[in-house]
Write a protein that binds this ligand. Structure first.
Ligand code: 0X9
Ligand code: ZN
Length: 322
């Protein structure tokens, strides 16, 4: 069983996904999206009462960014609710399939779990640096051995490198040598496309931190025109926000993602612009701790419970989409 009183490691998350698939064979299908740069599994679950043939579906991922530890537990709690509480949550499963990939960047995630945030002297770069509890990228050494890591959320092939990305491997927002150079981005792309092969996926929710914010497209440049369905994007996000607030959370800021800062090559814009998923959101979960990314573990449970109330709204609205 998953725990919410501390942040689980990769192997525990894998165990939970495997156990869930084994325990609910009629509801859950274990799917492998592929392997990370270092060879870890990117495991997903398809949750469906209908063998994956429901008229509509929602795609959820988490953990694109290594340090954003609060995101995977939100996906894991959602899986738990959809399986262990399937009867109580039938509204979320009736006519709706779920594709959930809780840890897109397992290498980076494990890296941050084996590091500290203490300042230490690095002889290599001849200065003090923070150790990498707050690592963001994947752990690819293909572009540079000295500065490993590409930002998976700058590596998607839609307006690639147009704004808010870096060409320098040492930077936090390094976009990689080319679009979809990274196995994590390719695997996520391919798994989204496979999940959406019937065009059933109406909503893409990618879980990040920290906000709290609900971001809607577009975000790939400065001064972009509104998405044609902006009003509906906002209306859905506002309704989800109300439910999350009602569950006890501070309010989320519903905004255009370029309003935070322009950043091209992110998975949200690609999902809407290329995969054709009508509604795409980046959910920046609640922050906390020393720098926003290290939310104390005693807050995990309330965050996952609050977000689940939002998920109910996203599901309800997804079922109403064309
Ligand atoms: O910069 C990002 O990738 C996201 N914020 S985070 O602090 N979690 O790193 C925001 C991405 C928003 N989407 C687009 N700009 N397309
Ligand atoms: Zn992020």
């Amino acid at each position: 069983l998953p725990t919410y009183d501390r942040y689980m490691r990769y192997s525990e998350i894998q165990q939970f996904l495997n156990d869930t698939a084994a325990a609910y064979p009629n509801l859950v299908k274990l799917e492998q999206a592929g392997k990370s740069f270092e060879g870890r599994d990117m495991t997903a679950l398809r949750i469906s009462k209908n063998g994956g043939d429901s008229p509509r579906a929602v795609f959820v991922d988490a953990g694109i960014h290594a340090r954003e530890w609060i995101a995977p537990p939100v996906a894991i709690y959602l899986i738990q609710q959809l399986t262990q509480q399937a009867a109580a949550n039938d509204a979320l499963l009736d006519g709706l399939d779920w594709y959930i990939l809780p840890l897109v960047n397992p290498d980076g995630y494990e890296y941050t779990h084996t590091r500290t945030n203490k300042k230490e002297y690095s002889s290599l770069i001849n200065r003090f640096k923070l150790q990498d509890r707050f690592w963001r990228k994947n752990r690819s050494t293909k572009a540079s051995r000295w500065c490993p890591g590409t930002d998976v959320n700058r590596n998607f092939g839609f307006h690639y490198k147009q704004a808010g990305t870096s060409d320098y491997p040492c930077d936090e927002t390094y976009a990689g040598p080319k679009a979809f150079s990274e196995p994590e981005a390719r695997n996520l792309r391919d798994y989204i496309l496979k999940s959406n092969k019937r065009g059933a996926v109406k909503m893409y929710l990618t879980l990040h931190s920290y906000g709290p914010m609900i971001l809607y497209p577009w975000g790939y440049d400065f001064n972009l025109p509104d998405a044609p369905d902006k009003d509906e994007l906002v209306s859905i996000a506002n309704e989800a926000n109300e439910a999350i607030i009602k569950a006890g959370s501070e309010p989320f800021n519903v905004m255009n993602s370029a309003g935070l800062y322009p950043a091209a090559g992110a998975s949200d814009d690609w999902s809407k612009g290329v995969a054709g998923i009508a509604k795409a959101y980046t959910i920046e979960l609640q922050g906390g701790g020393s720098n926003g990314f290290d939310l104390p573990a005693n807050r995990i449970l309330s965050v996952v419970q609050q977000l689940f109330e939002g998920m109910k709204v996203f599901a309800k609205r997804a079922k109403q989409l064309e």
